[in-house]
Design a protein around this ligand. Structure first.
Ligand code: S3P
Length: 440
């Protein structure tokens, strides 16, 4: 087996987290910048790109299909768009790595191509459900084969004639919504989708930024096929999902005062701030502005005593990636925190309900998993051993738990932190987090 990475946190001797930092670029927006930039007419410049493994999987896929993408620095790219019909058949399968966003959004886009494509993924992605996109795409005329379990690899045939349809989404998923809308670019007539609750709307915003008309009416989004995308400039804000670790870390560590700069605060992403504020966190949104169609702000966090809450279900889709960090906040709060309506957490990069419950229990916290959530009793974190199951967000969340733990926490299987947050350990150390990383 290849070397993996282990994190070790020190006992809770921290004097608080202090400093001003900018966490890496937003993962959702970075994926979409490559996809839309590649399919646009003209040259798109991207700054603030997240050069994590997930987005690089998307980037390499488009290079493999003939798109010239040059890198001026790790975070600045120039994409020479080939137009909606300009991609070439790739050599071999397209490897989506650990990235569910790549797999699901590419399923929609690849359904409209004139050539066949196979999409593969790593061990985790190969267990994740794909019927949620295959079903609506098939209704539009796409021809996609998965394993018997509905998991990758996906074989997508070329030259399928796509027809616009309406789809009522049974689950609140931005990936499903986006996959359908992206297929709709290649479909005849109107493609529309209704979501059961609001989910991140970067696809709609960015399509509009590329000059494509997308109509939003309540929870229904629609577009007409057959248009074209026009190249643009994209300034990717810092990822609130990466900021979330330090929002929690600073909240739970006495004497902290941290400023996170240029963070995307799109209202479909800020559930973590709402939930932590309900728990008593001291979070200020400063200098709010709009950059390239996305709201951006600086976020200042000071430590504050937290109380357990019943998390409102309406906030679940708006904080879907931040629950591992929120569970750590709950472990450090007074009283009980209860989450319901979050069964989606069981099919993320790991089963985040079970894996977080196991890790918290190993660190001395009472955490009871339920079918669609968890019940966490705030308490005293001891040291312990945690298996992140290769899930980046689990690994980083337990580094924050280390800030309050009475002993060392050893966190195993952390290499995938690079999927979303390259440089995490160094940035955490710069704010005062005592964590070390080693190859095992
Ligand atoms: C994403 C949507 C979410 C999120 C994922 C990124 C996106 O997934 O968990 O990290 O970029 O559209 P779901 O749509 O499956 O909830």
């Amino acid at each position: 087996m290849a070397d993996n990475v282990q994190f070790k946190t020190q006992t809770n001797t921290s004097n608080g987290l202090h400093g001003t930092v900018r966490v890496p670029g937003d993962k959702s927006i970075s994926h979409r910048s490559i996809m839309l930039g590649s399919l646009a007419e003209g040259v798109t410049q991207v700054s603030g790109f997240l050069n994590g493994d997930d987005c690089l999987a998307t980037l390499n896929a488009f290079r493999n299909m003939g798109v010239e993408i040059t890198t001026e620095s790790a975070t600045s790219l120039t994409i020479h768009g080939v137009g909606l019909h300009g991609l070439q058949a790739p050599t071999g399968a397209l490897d989506m790595g650990n990235s569910g966003t790549s797999m699901r959004l590419m399923s929609g886009l690849m359904s409209g191509q004139s050539f066949a494509v196979t999409l593969t993924g790593d061990a985790s992605l190969s267990t994740r459900p794909m019927q949620r996109v295959i079903r609506p795409l098939s209704q539009m005329g796409a021809i996609i084969e998965a394993t018997e379990k509905g998991t990758p690899p996906l074989q997508i045939q070329g030259n399928a004639a796509l027809t616009g349809r309406h789809y009522d989404m049974p689950i609140a998923s931005a990936q499903v919504k986006s996959s359908i809308l992206l297929a709709g670019l290649y479909a005849s007539g109107e493609t529309s989708v209704t979501e059961p609750a609001p989910t991140r709307d970067h696809t709609e915003r960015m399509l509009r930024g590329f000059g494509y008309t997308v109509t939003t009416s309540g929870n229904t989004m629609s577009l007409q096929g057959g248009g074209c995308l026009r190249a643009t400039q994209i300034d990717v804000p810092a990822d609130i999902s990466s900021a979330a670790f330090f929002i929690v870390g600073a909240s739970i560590t006495p004497h902290s005062d941290v400023l996170l700069e240029h963070v995307g605060v799109n209202p479909t992403r800020t559930g973590v701030i709402d939930i932590l504020r309900l728990m008593g966190a001291d979070i200020q949104i400063q200098n709010e502005r709009t950059v390239g169609g996305e709201p951006v702000a600086d976020i200042r966090i000071k430590s504050a005593p937290l109380q357990g809450i019943q998390i409102p279900e309406a906030l679940v889709p708006l904080a879907i990636d931040e629950f591992p960090a929120i569970f750590v906040a709950a472990a450090c709060a007074t009283g009980t925190t209860t989450l319901t309506g979050a069964e989606e957490l069981r099919v993320k990069e790991s089963d985040r309900i079970q894996v977080m419950a196991d890790g918290l229990q190993n660190c001395g916290i009472e955490a009871q998993p339920t079918v669609d959530g968890i019940v966490i009793q705030g308490g005293t974190l001891t040291g312990g051993e945690v298996d992140s199951h290769g899930d980046h967000r689990i690994a980083m969340s337990f580094v924050m738990a280390g800030l309050r733990a009475e002993g060392e926490i050893y966190i195993h299987d952390c290499a995938n932190v690079n999927t979303s947050f390259p440089g995490f350990v160094e940035l955490a150390q710069s704010l005062g987090v005592e964590v070390t990383e080693s190859l095992v």
